[in-house]
Design a binder for this molecule. Structure first.
Ligand code: TYM
Length: 335
C-alpha cells in the first residue's frame, strides 16, 4: 500500500477588533482559502489579542461570531480546516507565559506595531500590548506549522517567533518546528484609498473597504480614491511617484489575477475616470458572494456554535501535545 506523507501545516489568525476589510482578505484570508486542500490548516479568531486595546464586550462577541461566518464565507470549509476561537483553547495563554520568559525586552521594544499602537493609545500602554508577540508566537508554535500566511505588516512578528524557536531549541533540543512566513505576491500590503501612504486599516474608515459593506458604498469609496497629483493621468505602476494608482492596480491585480502589465495595457489612454470605477466593480463582484453567504450563515447561530466548538476541541488536542512537551523540557512536574 502507498504510504501517505502527512500534509504540511498552515496556521494564521485575525483579531476581531474591527470588521474584516479588503486588506485582511487580500493579505491573508484569500491566501488561506486557496490552500485548504494542500495543507492541514488552523485558523482562529484572535480575541485574546484584541484586549491589548480596550474593547466593548458586546461588540467583541458580535465581531468574533461574524468573523467566523466570514471565514467560512470566504471559502474556509470547516470540514477541511480547523476554525476556532483563541480564548477557547487555554494552551495559548499557558505557552504564551512560557515564551514571555524566553523573549528579550530589547526584541519586544523593536516591534513597529508596538511603537505604532503605543503612540495611538498613549493612555493605555499596558503590559499585554508590549508582550503581545510572545502570545502570537505561542499561537503559532502550539500547532508546529510549516507556514504562517500573513500580510507584510506581520512579518516582523513571525521573524521574532523564529528567533524564539532558535533560542528555545538551542537550549532544549528540537521542540518547535521552525515556521516560515507565507506572504502573497499581490495584496501583501493593501494601502488605504484615502491616504495611500498608510496601510488600509479600520482606523481610517473612509479609505477602508469592509467585507460586509454595501456595493454602492464600496463604489463611492473607489470613485473618491486619492490618485496622484501628476499631470499625466495615466494608469502606470510606479509605487514611489504614483502610490494611489499603484495601490489600485495592486488591488485590481489581486482580485482579477491579471498582471500589472496587462492592467496597464487594458487602461491605456483611458484615464482615472474609467479606471477607478472598474476597480470598484471588480472588488464589488469579488465581495458580493462572500457578503451574501456570511449574512446567510449568521442566521444560523447553532451551526456557527457547532463549528467553533468542534474546532476548539481539535485545536486543543493538538496544542496540548506541544504544551506537554514544553512543560516536560523546562522541568515542570507532570500533573
Ligand atoms: P491583524 O488582525 O492586524 O490582521 C490580520 C491579517 O490581515 C493582514 N492585513 C493586511 N494585509 C494586507 N494589507 C493590509 N492593509 C492589511 N491589514 C491587515 C495582516 O498582515 C494579517 O495577516 N497579530 C496578528 C494576528 C495574529 C496572528 C497570530 C497571525 C495573532 N496571532 C498567529 C498569524 C499567526 C494581527 O494583529 O493581525
Amino acid at each position: 500500500m502507498e504510504e501517505q506523507t502527512p500534509k504540511k501545516v498552515m496556521l494564521s489568525g485575525i483579531q476581531p477588533s474591527g470588521d474584516l476589510h479588503l486588506g485582511n482578505y487580500l493579505g491573508a484570508i484569500k491566501n488561506w482559502a486557496e490552500r485548504a486542500d494542500q495543507f492541514d490548516c488552523f485558523y482562529f479568531m484572535a480575541d485574546m489579542h484584541t484586549i491589548t486595546v480596550r474593547q466593548e464586550p458586546a461588540a467583541l462577541r458580535r465581531r468574533t461570531l461574524e468573523q467566523l461566518a466570514q471565514y467560512i464565507a470566504c471559502g474556509l470549509d470547516p470540514e477541511k480546516n480547523t476554525l476556532f476561537i483563541q480564548s477557547h483553547v487555554h494552551q495559548h495563554a499557558e505557552l504564551g507565559w512560557v515564551l514571555n520568559c524566553y523573549t528579550m525586552f530589547g526584541e519586544l521594544s523593536r516591534m513597529t506595531q508596538f511603537k505604532d499602537k503605543a503612540a495611538r493609545n498613549s493612555e493605555n500602554i499596558n503590559g499585554g500590548l508590549f508582550t503581545y508577540p510572545c502570545l502570537m508566537a505561542a499561537d503559532i508554535l502550539l500547532y508546529q506549522p510549516d507556514y504562517v500566511p500573513v500580510g507584510e505588516d506581520q512579518r516582523q512578528h513571525v521573524e521574532l517567533c523564529r528567533n524564539i524557536v532558535q533560542r528555545f531549541n538551542s537550549i532544549y533540543g528540537d521542540v518547535f518546528k521552525m515556521p516560515e512566513p507565507y506572504i502573497p505576491k499581490a495584496g501583501a500590503r493593501v494601502m488605504g484609498l484615502s491616504q495611500p501612504e498608510n496601510k488600509m486599516s479600520k482606523s481610517i474608515p473612509e479609505g477602508c473597504i469592509f467585507l460586509m459593506e454595501k456595493p454602492e458604498d464600496i463604489q463611492r469609496k473607489f470613485k473618491r480614491a486619492v490618485t496622484d497629483s501628476d499631470t499625466e493621468h495615466c494608469v502606470r505602476y510606479d509605487p514611489e511617484n504614483k502610490p494611489g494608482v499603484s495601490n489600485l492596480m495592486n488591488i485590481y491585480a489581486a482580485v482579477t489575477g491579471k498582471s500589472l502589465e496587462a492592467i496597464e495595457q487594458e487602461f491605456e489612454g483611458a484615464g482615472y475616470g474609467k479606471f477607478k470605477p472598474a476597480v470598484g466593480e471588480a472588488v464589488i463582484e469579488t465581495l458580493r458572494p462572500i457578503r451574501e453567504e456570511a449574512q446567510r450563515l449568521l442566521q444560523d447561530k447553532a451551526y456557527l456554535e457547532s463549528v467553533y466548538r468542534s474546532g476548539a476541541e481539535r485545536a486543543s488536542y493538538v496544542a496540548e501535545k506541544t504544551l506537554r512537551k514544553v512543560y516536560k523540557k523546562i522541568g515542570f512536574l507532570p500533573r
